[in-house]
Design a protein around this ligand. Structure first.
Ligand code: GUN
Ligand code: ZN
Length: 447
């Protein structure tokens, strides 16, 4: 790995409008830290301080170079808490629902990740997509092949990104070419934990794909690993689709619910991230809260596959940790701005009106909290890793026209969420280093 941080100047200073959170804006009125004319000061890849220009500029050393992003908005890099890098090439593949989509597109696409060159090529492209959309951290599914995890972490480590990823565990109800065994899958996962967990910024997730593709023996071994390595992550899918829920009921007839299958295996705990959670019942929501397990809400995927509408009101009442996710490749956009756009509409369909502030919180500090990483990523608290993005309210003619007429921070963020995409991200920084700059833009408004 190149030691890119060593090449940076000791102090990096950015002037822009700055927004980050110290808490959930739905619960705390002063949770949003907003500086219309702000400075973000970074040293050694970490945030030194973020604050008002008027207060901070006098403290800068006389030779400090200020990078001027005035007119733009700096926020923490987005965090996408559920997506599949091997599904990059099957995004936008239509199917009548989850289970046919898995059979027809997903499993054949995942087969090729036994080939390290293919895995490496897709991992590079996938990470490029994340960065151009302003996503600096993610919880990523690889495939059943340990090689696919090697390829992903190698690509992430080269760019010094904070990523969570894991080898999919799948020992039944899938094609032979994607099948592991309970013991073999656990052994491979443990080897990956020993090699990659906390190596630089990389973190490993124990990743049973979902209950139907694991025997109870495999889930139990996954639970044992989760107990043996309590600071690793767990990720899986739960209660996404009614056919899937019915199938789980058949496969695990003694379980109280789909979530209970994971509970009995010891797979509910802090740092466990479950995708979807549309068809959970009240007892399940309570259990998620009790165990501080988290839900990754995946609106573009849920609409695309017709899976259902996530119930934001019930999740809020149960105080379950929430975050937003693209679920590529069932999701239809890498951009967390586009994900917020669909999140807003899904919540509205259930009678909840989400503020843009709340959605930006869920995609930054809220996600970091769900991952127990709130001291590390997702905000500009002093000492946090300096992952941040520069959003351009004038990225397109329409966005420029709309944001010229906004009267408040909420309206500005709402316009970015509803009209924004990768074009709205002027630059992306990871650990203080620029990892994406938007190409000189034909998409900018013409004078
Ligand atoms: N359930 C099990 N596997 C998958 C997957 O790859 N994508 C989605 N959306 N749901 C799943
Ligand atoms: Zn998924």
């Amino acid at each position: 790995m190149s030691n890119a941080a060593a090449e940076l100047p000791a102090l990096q200073v950015y002037r822009a409008s700055i927004l980050h959170f110290t808490g959930d804006p739905a619960l705390h009125q002063d949770a949003a830290q907003w500086h219309q004319d702000g400075l973000l000061i970074v040293a050694d890849g970490q945030v030194q301080i973020a604050g008002a220009y008027a207060q901070l500029h006098a403290s800068l050393p006389p030779d400090a170079v200020v990078i001027d992003y005035r007119g733009k908005l700096i926020v923490p890099g987005f965090i996408d808490t559920h997506l599949h890098y091997p599904q990059t090439d099957i995004i936008a593949s239509p199917a009548p629902g989850l289970l046919p989509w898995l059979q027809q597109y997903t499993f054949p696409a995942e087969r090729r990740f036994a080939e390290p060159e293919h895995a490496a090529e897709v991992a590079e492209f996938f990470i490029g997509q994340l960065l151009r959309c302003g996503t600096t951290s993610a919880m990523v599914y690889c495939t059943v092949h340990p090689e696919s995890v090697e390829a992903f972490f190698s690509a992430s480590e080269r760019r010094n990104l904070r990523m969570v990823a894991g080898k999919v565990l799948m020992d039944r109800n899938c094609p032979e070419f994607l099948r592991d065994t309970a013991e073999g899958g656990a052994r491979d996962t443990e080897a990956l934990i020993k090699k990659w967990h906390k190596r630089g910024r990389q973190l490993v997730a124990i990743t049973p794909r979902f209950a139907p593709t694991s025997t109870d023996a495999q889930l139990q071994l996954a639970g044992e690993l989760a107990r043996a390595y309590p600071d690793t992550y767990i990720q899986s899918h739960v209660a996404e689709n009614t056919d899937e829920v019915a199938w789980v009921r058949q496969l695990f007839p003694t379980a109280r619910s789909y979530l209970d299958v994971y509970d009995r295996a010891g797979l509910l705990r802090p740092r466990a991230m479950y995708g979807h959670g549309i068809w959970l019942d009240d007892a399940d929501f309570r259990r998620m809260n009790e165990t501080q397990s988290a839900i990754a809400v995946c609106p573009t995927s849920n609409l695309f596959l017709g899976s259902g509408l996530f119930d934001f009101a019930r999740a809020a009442a149960a105080q379950v940790p929430l975050s937003l996710a693209s679920d590529i490749g069932a999701g239809t956009a890498f951009s967390m701005l586009q994900t917020m756009n669909e999140t807003f509409k899904v919540a509205r369909m259930g009678g909840t009106t989400l503020s843009a502030l709340r959605m930006f919180y869920l995609a930054t500090l809220g996600a970091a909290r769900s991952m127990q990483l709130e001291d590390t990523i997702g905000s500009f608290a002093p000492g946090a890793e300096a992952d941040f993005i520069v959003l351009d309210p004038q990225a397109t003619p329409l966005l420029a026209r709309r944001t010229a007429r906004t009267d408040s921070l909420e309206e500005l963020l709402f316009a970015l969420a509803l009209l924004g995409d990768d074009r709205s991200v002027a630059a992306t920084y990871a650990a203080g280093r620029m990892v994406h700059a938007r190409a000189a833009a034909s998409d900018r408004p013409q004078p």
